[in-house]
Design a protein around this ligand. Structure first.
Ligand code: CMP
Length: 138
């Protein structure tokens, strides 16, 4: 069983889509084994997305990620990292396949509804950013 970090971003939380997105995970056989609603400060968002520091969108994207509440969650299941990436679809909703979360709920490349870890290695780091082991219940 793998674990991956998922974030429901401010655009989707503000449009009350948390339940609709969670049902996509559950219907696909992923389990929500930890979940919390929180609001990042801009500096916390900058730390989480540090890998993108040199990109032109970094500043505005980190402002956006701290503009309202998000839902952070750990998804568990077989091949959870890849499975979640398939469910999310391409980063830009315009390029995402029909039926994916970003195609159905994303508004733009920045307001693309969800984030998901891109590898098992990064998932462990990203989960540790938001959760202690005590908060993850399999
Ligand atoms: P995410 O999976 O959260 O990881 C980094 C995020 O940066 C990505 O989703 C996008 O929402 C955002 N992003 C990537 N490219 C761009 C871009 N060209 N303009 C704005 N935001 C971007």
């Amino acid at each position: 069983m793998e674990r991956t970090l998922s974030l429901i971003k401010p655009d989707a939380v503000s449009r009350n889509l948390t339940g609709a997105i969670n049902s996509r995970f559950e219907q696909a056989g992923l389990r929500i084994i930890a979940q919390k609603r929180l609001r990042l400060t801009t500096s916390q968002a900058e730390k989480f997305y540090e890998i993108h520091r040199e990109r032109a969108f970094y500043g505005s994207f980190c402002e956006y990620m701290s503009s309202g509440p998000i839902v952070a969650q750990v998804l568990g299941g077989e091949n959870a990292v890849l499975r979640n990436r398939e469910l999310m679809g391409a980063t830009n909703p315009a390029n995402a396949e029909i039926g994916t979360i970003r195609r159905d709920f994303g508004e733009s490349i920045e307001h693309n509804a969800v984030h998901g870890s891109d590898s098992l290695e990064n998932a462990a780091v990203e989960i540790g950013f938001f959760f202690s082991e005590l908060e993850i219940i399999e």
